[in-house]
Ligand binder design. Structure first.
Ligand code: ZN
Length: 364
């Protein structure tokens, strides 16, 4: 989720927590439904407060996953709240079946803990009598009891084995003990997609949010499976296996007009820029298009050259580079070792390398 569509709420444990703009649609939906039911403003306010309290529990759920992942060597960038729940953005995920099991279980365990605390408070300290309670609308009297029930619902719902939901991840990690991670992911993905279709069909009749969740599962399952396939194929390779020494070049004093003429004739994602024959940087296709827009075609390459482009080293594992390039939307990177320019790594070549290796792997 891109940050420009979300509002930052805070940074507990160094993890950026933000709420996506579509969350406001959920609030609007709640308000509209409440008005439709003829509720008083105070009652509507209680419903909205309940959603906030519920999503606070969702944040704690995601923090549960995140802190477990960090403890086991993973890396968590952010947590984003969507109308359908929370999403922790892990840039590095523990892969051992046992670790994955712990990380997946940690979220639902948080909700079990919250429900337990509320249960003790309501039934032992406040000695609530459920038989006399009203559940027509959310009130101060039933607020915490409903919050407890909602936390239990989150646990049950998340444990449905619909990969990539928590239950599906638990299922995959259990399968991974007996088979390869790729095979386990494939089975979990297939089952996840069956659930997704059930959710979508059921959602059409009962709840539009279930339809959205269904689509999220469909896309998420497919995306993660693709990622694992890449990981499986690229596992034994490093940058030096696909470093390209055939690339398009430009001089730092060339005009953008010349660069644009060349651009339409090449298939690379950018140019290697030379200054006095020596490597001076990489000009990506996007940088060039943006440069043409802002500086015009008579400007020189040096006027728009971004000198902050990252570089990679030869022995970096290919899958690691691949995930980073995907995440940062980088399509071409210079390969630099001990300050010497060795060639480029083009995402296009990486895809082709993957397809070729995969084809030869399955026929072997
Ligand atoms: Zn979860």
């Amino acid at each position: 989720m891109q940050s420009r569509y979300s509002l930052k709420l805070g940074k507990p444990f160094g993890i950026r927590v933000s709420v996506h703009w579509t969350f406001s649609l959920l609030i609007a939906w709640i308000v509209i439904i409440s008005i439709g039911r003829g509720l008083e403003p105070v009652q509507i306010l209680m419903h909205v407060l309940f959603i906030f309290a519920l999503f606070f529990c969702v944040v704690l759920h995601e923090l549960g996953h995140s802190l477990a992942a960090i403890k086991l060597g993973g890396n968590v960038e952010s947590i984003t709240l969507l109308p359908i729940g929370g999403m922790a953005n892990l840039s590095k995920m523990p892969e051992k079946p046992r670790d994955e099991f712990i990380v997946s279980a940690a979220g639902p365990l948080v909700n079990i803990a919250i429900a337990l605390v509320l249960w003790i408070y309501l039934f032992y300290i406040r000695q609530l009598d459920v038989a006399t309670m009203e559940f027509e609308t959310i009130t101060r009297g039933n607020f915490l009891l409903l919050l407890m029930a909602a936390n239990l619902f989150i646990v049950v719902f998340n444990l449905i084995p619909a990969f990539p939901m928590d239950g599906g991840r638990l299922f995959r990690s259990a399968l991974s003990i007996r088979m390869s991670r790729l095979k386990a992911t494939q089975i979990a993905k297939d089952i996840g997609q069956v659930f997704a279709i059930i959710f979508i069909i059921a959602g059409l009749f009962f709840n539009p949010f279930l339809v959205i969740i269904g689509f999220f599962i469909l896309l998420g399952a497919k995306g993660e499976y693709e990622m694992i396939k890449y990981q499986d194929v690229l596992r034994n390779y490093t940058v030096k296996d696909i470093i390209s020494t055939e690339y398009s070049e430009l001089d730092i004093d060339d005009t953008l007009e010349k660069a644009a003429d060349k651009l339409v004739k090449i298939s690379d994602n950018g140019f290697v820029i030379r200054s006095g024959g020596k490597y001076a940087g990489i000009l990506t296709k996007n940088d060039l298009i943006n440069g043409l827009n802002s500086h015009g075609k008579q400007a020189r390459v040096k006027d728009i050259l971004n000198d902050k482009v990252e570089s990679v080293e030869c022995n970096k594992p290919l899958f690691e580079v691949y995930t980073e390039m995907q995440r940062n939307r980088q399509y071409i990177l210079p390969v630099i070792e001990k300050e010497e320019f060795l060639g480029v790594l083009d995402l296009e070549n990486l895809h082709e390398f993957f397809l070729i290796r995969k084809a030869t792997q399955t026929t072997a």
